[in-house]
Design a protein around this ligand. Structure first.
Ligand code: UT7
Length: 322
Protein backbone atom coordinates (compact mmCIF):
# COMPACT_ATOMS: atom_id res chain seq x y z
CA UNK A 1 0.00 0.00 0.00
CA UNK A 2 1.29 3.48 -0.88
CA UNK A 3 1.21 6.13 1.84
CA UNK A 4 2.14 9.82 1.66
CA UNK A 5 4.51 10.65 4.50
CA UNK A 6 6.14 13.90 5.60
CA UNK A 7 9.91 13.51 5.20
CA UNK A 8 10.98 17.09 6.00
CA UNK A 9 9.61 20.38 7.33
CA UNK A 10 10.72 24.00 6.99
CA UNK A 11 9.48 27.48 7.77
CA UNK A 12 10.31 31.16 7.44
CA UNK A 13 9.33 34.29 9.33
CA UNK A 14 10.19 37.75 8.00
CA UNK A 15 12.21 40.23 10.07
CA UNK A 16 12.05 40.55 13.83
CA UNK A 17 8.94 40.06 16.01
CA UNK A 18 6.65 43.08 16.33
CA UNK A 19 5.11 43.23 19.83
CA UNK A 20 1.55 44.35 20.50
CA UNK A 21 2.82 47.64 21.98
CA UNK A 22 5.05 48.32 18.95
CA UNK A 23 2.17 47.62 16.56
CA UNK A 24 -0.19 49.85 18.53
CA UNK A 25 2.38 52.70 18.51
CA UNK A 26 3.25 52.19 14.82
CA UNK A 27 -0.37 52.56 13.66
CA UNK A 28 -1.74 54.80 16.43
CA UNK A 29 -4.33 52.17 17.43
CA UNK A 30 -6.87 52.61 20.22
CA UNK A 31 -5.89 49.27 21.79
CA UNK A 32 -3.64 47.81 24.45
CA UNK A 33 -1.45 44.76 25.06
CA UNK A 34 -3.74 43.40 27.79
CA UNK A 35 -6.84 43.34 25.54
CA UNK A 36 -4.99 41.59 22.73
CA UNK A 37 -3.35 38.99 25.00
CA UNK A 38 -6.55 38.23 26.94
CA UNK A 39 -8.86 37.97 23.90
CA UNK A 40 -6.48 36.25 21.48
CA UNK A 41 -3.28 34.99 23.17
CA UNK A 42 -1.22 37.01 20.65
CA UNK A 43 1.88 38.81 21.99
CA UNK A 44 3.81 39.43 18.76
CA UNK A 45 3.84 38.69 15.02
CA UNK A 46 6.22 39.13 12.07
CA UNK A 47 5.54 41.66 9.33
CA UNK A 48 7.22 41.38 5.92
CA UNK A 49 9.16 44.39 4.64
CA UNK A 50 7.78 46.10 1.51
CA UNK A 51 8.72 44.05 -1.55
CA UNK A 52 8.93 40.71 0.31
CA UNK A 53 6.34 38.40 -1.31
CA UNK A 54 4.69 35.11 -0.40
CA UNK A 55 7.02 33.30 -2.83
CA UNK A 56 10.10 34.71 -1.03
CA UNK A 57 8.94 33.30 2.31
CA UNK A 58 7.83 30.06 0.62
CA UNK A 59 11.27 29.74 -1.00
CA UNK A 60 13.09 29.90 2.37
CA UNK A 61 10.63 27.46 3.97
CA UNK A 62 10.97 25.00 1.06
CA UNK A 63 14.77 25.11 1.03
CA UNK A 64 14.76 24.18 4.72
CA UNK A 65 12.14 21.44 4.21
CA UNK A 66 14.10 19.93 1.29
CA UNK A 67 17.31 20.00 3.33
CA UNK A 68 15.56 18.28 6.25
CA UNK A 69 14.23 15.61 3.86
CA UNK A 70 17.63 15.15 2.20
CA UNK A 71 16.08 16.04 -1.17
CA UNK A 72 17.07 18.37 -4.00
CA UNK A 73 14.77 20.64 -6.03
CA UNK A 74 15.09 18.29 -9.03
CA UNK A 75 13.43 15.50 -6.97
CA UNK A 76 10.23 17.58 -6.59
CA UNK A 77 7.42 16.48 -8.93
CA UNK A 78 4.52 18.55 -7.52
CA UNK A 79 4.23 21.95 -5.80
CA UNK A 80 1.03 23.16 -4.14
CA UNK A 81 1.05 26.58 -2.48
CA UNK A 82 -1.86 27.45 -0.22
CA UNK A 83 -2.15 31.23 -0.11
CA UNK A 84 -4.69 34.05 -0.09
CA UNK A 85 -1.97 36.67 -0.57
CA UNK A 86 -0.27 35.56 -3.81
CA UNK A 87 2.56 37.51 -5.47
CA UNK A 88 0.38 38.31 -8.48
CA UNK A 89 -3.19 37.78 -9.67
CA UNK A 90 -1.44 35.40 -12.07
CA UNK A 91 0.75 33.42 -12.61
CA UNK A 92 0.46 31.33 -9.47
CA UNK A 93 2.84 31.76 -6.55
CA UNK A 94 3.59 28.04 -6.97
CA UNK A 95 4.88 28.61 -10.52
CA UNK A 96 7.09 31.50 -9.34
CA UNK A 97 8.32 29.34 -6.44
CA UNK A 98 9.09 26.48 -8.83
CA UNK A 99 11.30 28.86 -10.85
CA UNK A 100 13.02 30.31 -7.76
CA UNK A 101 13.77 26.84 -6.38
CA UNK A 102 15.18 25.69 -9.72
CA UNK A 103 12.71 22.83 -10.16
CA UNK A 104 13.26 22.52 -13.90
CA UNK A 105 11.39 19.27 -14.66
CA UNK A 106 8.00 20.53 -15.99
CA UNK A 107 6.16 19.03 -13.00
CA UNK A 108 2.81 20.58 -11.97
CA UNK A 109 2.70 23.63 -9.69
CA UNK A 110 -0.47 25.41 -8.62
CA UNK A 111 -1.98 27.58 -5.89
CA UNK A 112 -4.84 26.49 -3.70
CA UNK A 113 -7.21 29.06 -2.19
CA UNK A 114 -8.98 27.95 0.97
CA UNK A 115 -7.80 30.82 3.21
CA UNK A 116 -6.82 29.57 6.71
CA UNK A 117 -7.77 25.96 5.84
CA UNK A 118 -5.46 26.15 2.82
CA UNK A 119 -2.63 24.02 4.16
CA UNK A 120 -4.91 21.17 5.25
CA UNK A 121 -6.69 21.35 1.88
CA UNK A 122 -3.31 21.28 0.07
CA UNK A 123 -2.09 18.35 2.16
CA UNK A 124 -5.29 16.46 1.41
CA UNK A 125 -4.91 17.08 -2.35
CA UNK A 126 -1.20 16.16 -2.33
CA UNK A 127 -2.00 12.97 -0.40
CA UNK A 128 -4.31 11.94 -3.25
CA UNK A 129 -1.62 12.69 -5.88
CA UNK A 130 0.91 10.57 -3.96
CA UNK A 131 -1.39 7.64 -3.17
CA UNK A 132 -2.55 7.47 -6.81
CA UNK A 133 1.07 7.23 -7.97
CA UNK A 134 0.99 10.65 -9.73
CA UNK A 135 3.59 12.17 -7.39
CA UNK A 136 6.52 10.70 -5.49
CA UNK A 137 7.93 13.85 -3.89
CA UNK A 138 5.64 16.84 -3.35
CA UNK A 139 6.20 20.22 -1.76
CA UNK A 140 3.13 21.36 0.18
CA UNK A 141 3.38 24.97 1.28
CA UNK A 142 1.40 27.58 3.19
CA UNK A 143 2.72 31.12 2.56
CA UNK A 144 1.13 34.45 3.44
CA UNK A 145 1.75 38.17 3.64
CA UNK A 146 -1.57 39.02 5.31
CA UNK A 147 -0.16 42.37 6.45
CA UNK A 148 -0.83 43.56 2.86
CA UNK A 149 -4.62 43.14 3.13
CA UNK A 150 -5.12 44.58 6.63
CA UNK A 151 -6.91 47.85 7.32
CA UNK A 152 -4.55 49.42 9.88
CA UNK A 153 -7.39 51.60 11.17
CA UNK A 154 -9.55 48.56 12.08
CA UNK A 155 -8.34 47.49 15.54
CA UNK A 156 -10.72 44.50 15.49
CA UNK A 157 -8.71 42.78 12.73
CA UNK A 158 -5.27 44.37 12.23
CA UNK A 159 -3.84 43.12 15.54
CA UNK A 160 -4.69 39.50 14.77
CA UNK A 161 -2.61 38.58 11.73
CA UNK A 162 1.04 38.06 10.79
CA UNK A 163 3.23 36.99 7.85
CA UNK A 164 5.16 33.76 7.36
CA UNK A 165 5.49 30.47 5.50
CA UNK A 166 5.75 26.78 6.28
CA UNK A 167 6.41 23.80 4.01
CA UNK A 168 6.57 20.03 4.10
CA UNK A 169 8.07 17.48 1.71
CA UNK A 170 5.52 14.70 1.19
CA UNK A 171 6.89 11.44 -0.20
CA UNK A 172 5.52 8.10 -1.36
CA UNK A 173 6.42 5.25 1.00
CA UNK A 174 5.06 1.92 2.23
CA UNK A 175 5.23 3.17 5.85
CA UNK A 176 2.06 4.71 7.36
CA UNK A 177 2.06 8.49 6.93
CA UNK A 178 -1.19 10.37 6.28
CA UNK A 179 -3.91 8.13 7.75
CA UNK A 180 -7.05 10.17 6.99
CA UNK A 181 -8.04 13.60 5.68
CA UNK A 182 -11.36 15.44 5.52
CA UNK A 183 -12.08 18.79 3.86
CA UNK A 184 -15.33 20.76 3.78
CA UNK A 185 -16.82 24.06 2.63
CA UNK A 186 -20.06 25.97 3.19
CA UNK A 187 -20.17 29.07 1.00
CA UNK A 188 -23.32 30.38 2.66
CA UNK A 189 -21.00 31.88 5.31
CA UNK A 190 -18.72 33.69 2.83
CA UNK A 191 -19.74 37.11 4.23
CA UNK A 192 -18.41 36.67 7.80
CA UNK A 193 -14.73 36.64 6.78
CA UNK A 194 -13.67 38.06 3.43
CA UNK A 195 -11.70 40.57 1.38
CA UNK A 196 -14.66 41.65 -0.73
CA UNK A 197 -12.80 43.51 -3.48
CA UNK A 198 -11.22 42.96 -6.88
CA UNK A 199 -9.04 44.78 -9.41
CA UNK A 200 -10.79 46.21 -12.44
CA UNK A 201 -9.57 48.79 -14.92
CA UNK A 202 -6.36 49.10 -12.92
CA UNK A 203 -8.09 50.03 -9.67
CA UNK A 204 -9.45 48.22 -6.61
CA UNK A 205 -13.22 47.80 -6.91
CA UNK A 206 -15.13 47.13 -3.72
CA UNK A 207 -13.29 46.78 -0.41
CA UNK A 208 -9.66 45.57 -0.69
CA UNK A 209 -9.26 44.93 3.07
CA UNK A 210 -9.94 41.93 5.30
CA UNK A 211 -13.35 42.21 7.01
CA UNK A 212 -14.58 39.89 9.72
CA UNK A 213 -17.49 39.29 12.06
CA UNK A 214 -15.22 38.01 14.84
CA UNK A 215 -17.87 36.49 17.07
CA UNK A 216 -19.61 34.63 14.23
CA UNK A 217 -16.25 33.26 13.09
CA UNK A 218 -15.38 32.24 16.64
CA UNK A 219 -18.58 30.19 17.16
CA UNK A 220 -18.40 28.57 13.72
CA UNK A 221 -14.72 27.66 14.19
CA UNK A 222 -15.13 25.90 17.54
CA UNK A 223 -18.02 23.77 16.23
CA UNK A 224 -16.52 22.63 12.93
CA UNK A 225 -12.99 22.12 14.30
CA UNK A 226 -14.17 19.62 16.91
CA UNK A 227 -16.46 17.90 14.35
CA UNK A 228 -13.79 17.51 11.67
CA UNK A 229 -11.19 16.33 14.20
CA UNK A 230 -13.56 13.59 15.29
CA UNK A 231 -14.30 12.75 11.65
CA UNK A 232 -10.64 11.92 10.82
CA UNK A 233 -10.12 10.10 14.13
CA UNK A 234 -13.15 7.91 13.36
CA UNK A 235 -12.03 7.38 9.74
CA UNK A 236 -8.69 6.00 10.95
CA UNK A 237 -10.25 4.15 13.91
CA UNK A 238 -8.05 6.17 16.28
CA UNK A 239 -8.98 7.23 19.81
CA UNK A 240 -8.26 10.73 21.11
CA UNK A 241 -5.98 9.08 23.72
CA UNK A 242 -3.76 7.77 20.87
CA UNK A 243 -3.05 11.31 19.69
CA UNK A 244 0.38 12.75 20.56
CA UNK A 245 -0.20 16.29 19.28
CA UNK A 246 -2.99 18.50 17.98
CA UNK A 247 -1.77 21.27 15.66
CA UNK A 248 -4.75 23.56 15.12
CA UNK A 249 -4.78 26.61 12.88
CA UNK A 250 -3.33 29.35 15.09
CA UNK A 251 -6.10 31.98 15.08
CA UNK A 252 -6.96 32.54 18.73
CA UNK A 253 -5.87 30.69 21.87
CA UNK A 254 -9.48 30.65 23.11
CA UNK A 255 -10.67 28.83 19.96
CA UNK A 256 -7.90 26.26 20.42
CA UNK A 257 -8.70 25.75 24.11
CA UNK A 258 -12.44 25.41 23.44
CA UNK A 259 -11.82 22.89 20.64
CA UNK A 260 -9.42 20.83 22.78
CA UNK A 261 -11.95 20.79 25.61
CA UNK A 262 -14.76 19.58 23.32
CA UNK A 263 -12.50 16.78 22.09
CA UNK A 264 -11.43 15.81 25.61
CA UNK A 265 -7.76 16.47 24.77
CA UNK A 266 -5.38 17.56 27.58
CA UNK A 267 -4.32 21.20 27.00
CA UNK A 268 -0.60 20.28 27.01
CA UNK A 269 -1.10 18.18 23.83
CA UNK A 270 -2.05 21.25 21.81
CA UNK A 271 0.79 23.00 19.95
CA UNK A 272 0.57 26.78 20.40
CA UNK A 273 2.52 29.39 18.42
CA UNK A 274 -0.19 32.06 18.06
CA UNK A 275 1.47 33.99 20.89
CA UNK A 276 4.59 34.55 18.73
CA UNK A 277 3.24 34.37 15.16
CA UNK A 278 -0.31 35.75 15.35
CA UNK A 279 -2.67 34.32 12.74
CA UNK A 280 -0.61 33.57 9.61
CA UNK A 281 -3.59 31.99 7.80
CA UNK A 282 -2.49 29.09 5.53
CA UNK A 283 1.05 29.25 6.95
CA UNK A 284 0.12 28.78 10.59
CA UNK A 285 -0.08 24.96 10.72
CA UNK A 286 3.16 24.16 8.83
CA UNK A 287 4.93 26.93 10.79
CA UNK A 288 3.82 25.41 14.10
CA UNK A 289 4.72 21.92 12.86
CA UNK A 290 8.22 22.92 11.77
CA UNK A 291 8.93 24.86 14.96
CA UNK A 292 7.87 21.89 17.10
CA UNK A 293 9.89 19.40 15.02
CA UNK A 294 13.03 21.54 15.23
CA UNK A 295 12.52 22.04 18.99
CA UNK A 296 12.34 18.24 19.40
CA UNK A 297 8.77 18.44 20.75
CA UNK A 298 7.35 16.44 17.83
CA UNK A 299 9.31 13.25 17.14
CA UNK A 300 9.30 10.64 14.36
CA UNK A 301 6.48 8.16 14.93
CA UNK A 302 4.22 10.66 16.73
CA UNK A 303 0.54 10.70 15.78
CA UNK A 304 -0.52 14.22 14.77
CA UNK A 305 -3.86 15.82 14.04
CA UNK A 306 -3.68 18.98 11.92
CA UNK A 307 -6.85 21.06 11.51
CA UNK A 308 -7.86 24.38 10.06
CA UNK A 309 -10.84 26.65 9.48
CA UNK A 310 -11.13 29.83 7.47
CA UNK A 311 -12.93 32.04 5.01
CA UNK A 312 -15.38 30.46 2.62
CA UNK A 313 -16.21 29.01 5.07
CA UNK A 314 -13.78 26.14 4.68
CA UNK A 315 -12.50 23.63 7.19
CA UNK A 316 -10.54 20.39 7.27
CA UNK A 317 -8.28 18.03 9.16
CA UNK A 318 -5.50 15.51 8.55
CA UNK A 319 -4.48 12.66 10.85
CA UNK A 320 -0.96 11.35 10.28
CA UNK A 321 2.00 9.39 11.59
CA UNK A 322 4.99 11.71 11.54
O1 UT7 B 1 -8.49 32.34 10.82
C1 UT7 B 1 -9.79 32.59 11.25
C2 UT7 B 1 -9.83 34.05 11.44
N1 UT7 B 1 -10.35 34.68 12.56
C3 UT7 B 1 -10.60 34.21 13.81
O2 UT7 B 1 -10.44 33.10 14.14
C4 UT7 B 1 -11.12 35.22 14.78
C5 UT7 B 1 -12.25 34.72 15.60
N2 UT7 B 1 -12.75 35.73 16.52
C6 UT7 B 1 -12.01 36.19 17.54
O3 UT7 B 1 -10.89 35.76 17.74
C7 UT7 B 1 -12.62 37.23 18.44
O4 UT7 B 1 -13.98 37.41 18.11
C8 UT7 B 1 -11.87 38.57 18.39
C9 UT7 B 1 -10.51 38.44 19.03
C10 UT7 B 1 -11.72 39.05 16.96
C11 UT7 B 1 -12.65 39.63 19.16
O5 UT7 B 1 -12.88 39.22 20.49
P1 UT7 B 1 -14.32 39.34 21.14
O6 UT7 B 1 -14.19 38.85 22.51
O7 UT7 B 1 -15.28 38.63 20.22
O8 UT7 B 1 -14.54 40.90 21.15
P2 UT7 B 1 -15.69 41.77 20.45
O9 UT7 B 1 -15.54 41.75 18.96
O10 UT7 B 1 -17.02 41.38 21.02
O11 UT7 B 1 -15.33 43.21 20.97
C12 UT7 B 1 -15.42 43.57 22.35
C13 UT7 B 1 -14.96 44.99 22.51
C14 UT7 B 1 -15.63 45.96 21.54
O12 UT7 B 1 -15.83 47.17 22.21
P3 UT7 B 1 -17.29 47.56 22.76
O13 UT7 B 1 -18.19 47.55 21.56
O14 UT7 B 1 -17.63 46.47 23.76
O15 UT7 B 1 -17.08 48.89 23.37
C15 UT7 B 1 -14.57 46.16 20.47
O16 UT7 B 1 -14.70 47.39 19.81
O17 UT7 B 1 -13.56 45.08 22.26
C16 UT7 B 1 -13.32 46.13 21.31
N3 UT7 B 1 -12.13 45.82 20.54
C17 UT7 B 1 -10.87 46.15 20.95
N4 UT7 B 1 -10.45 46.79 22.05
C18 UT7 B 1 -9.11 46.97 22.17
C19 UT7 B 1 -12.03 45.17 19.35
N5 UT7 B 1 -10.73 45.07 18.99
C20 UT7 B 1 -10.01 45.69 19.96
C21 UT7 B 1 -8.64 45.91 20.14
N6 UT7 B 1 -8.23 46.53 21.26
N7 UT7 B 1 -7.70 45.48 19.25
Amino acid sequence: MIYAKISGTGSALPGTPVSNSELIARHGLDSNDQWIVERTGIRSRHIAAPGVCASDLAFDACRRALEAAGRNPIDVDLIIVATSTPDYIFPSTAAILQYKLGVSNDSPAFDLQAVCSGFVYALSVADKFVRSGSSKCALVVGAEVFSRILDWTDRGTCVLFGDGAGAVVLEATDQPGILATAIHADGSHHGILSVPGQISGGLPVGDPFLRMDGQAVFKFAVRVLSEVAQEVLDAADTGIDQLDWLIPHQANIRIMQATGKRLGLPAEKCIVTVDRHGNTSAASIPLALDESVRAGTIKPGDTLLLEGVGGGFTWGAALLKF
